[in-house]
Design a binder for this molecule. Structure first.
Ligand code: PGA
Length: 256
């Protein structure tokens, strides 16, 4: 089955509203008519930038979705500092990253938290981008596949196949994030294929074939083509290279 590729930018904690609007405008100025049908494009700015960035794309009628980088699973209440699914939905967020390794490492996010967030998003009509990936220690131990598949099982626990299909999984080896050290296409393919196998065990082969698995971790214009040529890599989750319009747009074009 042909899966529609996806290219998503994870801006992390970068860009004030003013900077975010300029970057969105620069992406919008370089968009290609083929994006609409041939690739899902999304950018995930900080919360405060979501509405302004969404407004730029809407005004310019550019088929670029916006996504958040995190969410809390309760719909409202006394949770100081948190943002809920209905708040993101009202802005028109189509996507939300969950379980990014930076959230797991710096903010103590557990597999159970990731599962609660993914379920709340799916119930609220927002598609999760579920991040998984091993540390260098796990890779050196030779237990990468087991580790990553356990993260997938935990993130998708209790989710029905019809709902799971709307989610995207991003395989992001921690040792490749922001380091300039990309996984080789073979390393990335091996894990992305195992992730699809795990999804197949949980949701059936047909659903697993329909679900997108992205690669993330120092993906850039120079290495994207070979990664995207692998059969189980359906796109990218891009950090550093998504902060400049020209490199992000070039990565989107690499999906066409
Ligand atoms: P990077 O980040 O492309 O800068 O390695 C990817 C990510 O963390 O999503």
């Amino acid at each position: 089955m042909a899966r529609k590729p996806m290219m998503a930018g994870n801006w992390k904690m970068n860009n004030t509203i003013g900077e975010a609007v300029v970057l969105a405008q620069n992406i919008s100025n370089n968009y290609d008519d083929r994006w609409e049908d041939q690739v899902d494009v999304a950018v995930c700015p900080p919360y405060v930038d979501l509405k302004p960035v969404k407004t730029v794309f809407e005004f310019d009628r550019v088929p670029c979705a916006v996504g958040a980088q995190n969410v809390f699973w309760e719909p409202s209440g006394a949770y100081t500092g948190e943002i809920s699914v209905p708040m993101l939905a009202e802005i028109g967020c189509a996507w939300c990253i969950v379980g990014h390794s930076e959230r797991r490492i710096y903010f103590g996010e557990t597999n159970e938290d990731v599962n609660k967030k993914a379920r709340a998003l799916l119930d609220g009509g927002i598609n999760p981008i579920v991040c998984v990936g091993e540390s260098l220690a796990v890779r050196d131990e030779g237990t990468t596949i087991e580790f990553v598949c356990a993260q997938v099982r935990a993130a998708f626990a209790g989710i029905a196949p019809e709902q799971a299909r709307r989610a995207v999984v991003a395989y992001e080896p921690i040792w490749a994030i922001g380091t300039g050290r990309t996984a080789t296409p073979e390393q990335a393919q091996e894990v992305c294929s195992a992730i699809r196998g795990q999804l197949g065990e949980m949701f059936g082969a047909e659903a697993a074939e329909a679900m997108r698995v992205l690669y993330g971790g120092s993906m850039n214009v120079g290495n994207a083509a070979l990664l995207l040529a692998e059969p189980d890599i359906d796109g990218g989750l891009i950090g550093g290279a998504s902060l400049q319009a020209d490199s992000f747009v070039a990565l989107v074009q690499a999906c066409l």
